[in-house]
Design a protein around this ligand. Sequence first.
Ligand code: DLZ
Length: 158
Amino acid sequence: MATSLKNLSQHSDANIKDISDRRFGIVVSEWNEEVTESLYSGALETLIANGAKRGNIIRKNVPGSFELSLGGQWLAQREDIDAVICLGCVIQGETRHFDFICDAVAHGITEVALKYNKPVIFGVLTPETQQQAFDRAGGKHGNKGDEAAITAIKMLGF
Ligand code: DLZ
């Protein structure tokens, strides 16, 4: 296994290279806002804790997770941005909406990363309940926003 989960869950990682001149885009979905704001705080704090400058982090909001791919593309296509982090939370409902959104955003983000040849990170929670979302957005299971930030930084180090 190339990357240990232990490292991914750490807020600040000693193995990380200098990222003080790197520029990051963060796209935040407004659906399930309380959760996605916690994801954003985690990602932002983790980037800064690992050496990124606040002025080098650009935020863009989109209405829902379905729009994360296009929001991610708007940032990824900018030459001054090195990596993009997409944050969202899709909670499983009684319809197939959940499957369509999750499939679309997973494929869309992958396409953007490959098209622009830069890290575009999938920081989307897909829980069954809101409680499971809170547990993974700064609760008992950590913060997926932290993990997404660490993943972006690690991808820049390759
Ligand atoms: C419509 C919808 C629903 C039902 N649920 C969620 C959700 O749990 N999380 C989320 O991020 N977005 C949801 N959306 C909105 C869609 O992502 C999208 O914004 C709309 O379908 C418009 O394209």
